[in-house]
Ligand binder design. Structure first.
Ligand SMILES: [Zn+2]
Length: 298
C-alpha cells in the first residue's frame, strides 16, 4: 500500500495511536471542537445570517454573535439528541475502526461500559450506516465511480477461504481536493444492469461521472449523466491516481474488513467521524425496519 493514501485529508489531522487518541480527546470540549472542524472544514457560517463569529453556550450550542441564532453542532448528525457524552461516541468509533469487520455489539458494550446491550447494538448500527452512508440524498457535481471486490481469504488462514468475495460499487463526490460524500452498495455483477441502477440511486442526473473505460458504464450518457471516461491503457498513471477518491475509500474499507489497520486506524476513525457528521440521524425504529420513535435517543 502506498503511503500517500494515509496523508491527512483537508488539513484536518487525526490521532495515530491510542495514546494520541486519549490525549487529543481528553475532554468533551476537545471532542466538540474536533467535530466542529470536520463538520465545517471551511469554518462555521450561521445558517440564518451567514456570519462566522460565534460563542459557545453552556450547553455546547454555537450562538451567532450577529443574530443570536443558536446552532447545534450535532444537529442532523448521528449524534443528534444523544444523552451520552461525545467522548463516549468517539471511544466507540475508535473501537469500531479497530475491530475486524467493525466489531460487535457485545464487545462495544464491554469496552465502553454501557449499561444496555441495546444501546451498544444501536450505536454499532448507526456507526456502520454512517461508514457506508446509504443516505437518501444523492451525490451531485463531479463524482468518481468504480467497482471493486471486497472480502476474500482471511489473513493467517492458510489454504482456506472463509469468506466469499463481494462486488461493491463505490461513488465518491469530489469536494475540491477532498473526498466529499460517498455511496456504496453491493452489486450482483459488473454489468450495466447492475452498475447503472447503482449510479441512478446514488447520483443526481446531470452530474459529471468519472469512470474507467469499462463497458458497463456506457449507458450513462443516455441516462442523463455527463460521462468522463478515464483511460487506463497507455496512461502512465495508476488507477488510484486517476480516480483517487474512490480508490482511497476502497483501500480504507479493505483494510477495515481485513483487519490490516497498520497505520490506518486513525484515518479510519477520522473518515468515520467525517461520515457521521454528514449523515441524517437514524432513529432506532428505522434500524429495525419498524416504526420510528423520535423520542428514542440513545
Ligand atoms: Zn446569525
Amino acid at each position: 500500500m502506498v503511503s500517500h493514501d494515509l496523508q491527512p485529508v483537508g488539513g484536518v489531522d487525526y490521532p495515530r495511536t491510542l495514546q494520541e487518541f486519549d490525549a487529543w480527546f481528553a475532554t468533551e470540549k476537545a471532542c466538540a471542537d474536533y467535530l466542529r472542524r470536520l463538520r465545517w472544514p471551511d469554518g462555521f457560517r450561521c445558517p440564518a445570517c451567514g456570519a462566522s463569529k460565534t460563542w459557545t453556550t453552556a450547553r455546547g450550542l454555537l450562538r451567532c454573535t450577529a443574530c443570536e441564532r443558536q446552532t447545534s453542532p450535532t444537529a442532523g448528525t448521528i449524534f443528534e439528541g444523544t444523552r451520552k457524552p461525545l467522548r463516549t461516541w468517539f471511544q466507540a468509533m475508535w473501537f469500531v475502526t479497530n475491530q475486524k469487520s467493525g466489531g460487535n455489539a457485545l464487545g462495544l458494550q464491554r469496552v465502553l461500559g454501557l449499561g444496555s446491550y441495546q444501546t451498544a447494538w444501536t450505536w454499532l448500527h448507526k456507526l456502520r450506516r454512517a461508514m457506508v452512508r446509504p443516505g437518501r440524498d444523492r451525490l451531485v457535481g463531479r463524482v468518481e465511480v468504480d467497482e471493486t471486490y471486497l472480502g476474500g481469504p482471511e489473513g493467517g488462514v492458510r489454504g482456506r477461504q472463509t469468506e466469499r468475495k463481494a462486488l461493491i460499487a463505490v461513488a465518491a463526490q469530489e469536494d475540491g481536493e477532498r473526498i466529499g460524500r460517498i455511496r456504496m452498495r453491493t452489486i450482483a455483477n459488473a454489468s450495466a444492469d447492475s452498475l447503472i441502477p447503482f449510479v441512478e440511486e446514488a447520483v443526481e442526473r446531470g452530474s459529471v461521472i468519472r469512470t474507467d473505460a469499462w463497458l458497463g458504464y456506457d449507458p450513462l450518457e443516455r441516462k442523463g449523466y455527463i460521462h468522463e471516461v478515464i483511460f487506463l491503457k497507455g496512461n502512465k498513471k495508476s488507477p488510484s491516481e486517476l480516480l483517487p477518491r474512490v480508490h482511497h475509500v476502497v483501500s480504507l474499507l479493505k483494510r477495515w474488513l481485513m483487519g490490516t489497520h497498520h497505520g490506518a486506524r486513525g484515518h479510519l476513525f477520522y473518515r468515520l467521524l467525517q461520515q457521521a457528521v454528514q449523515v441524517d440521524p437514524v432513529p432506532y425504529g428505522d434500524l429495525k425496519g419498524g416504526q420510528t420513535d423520535p423520542n428514542h435517543n440513545l
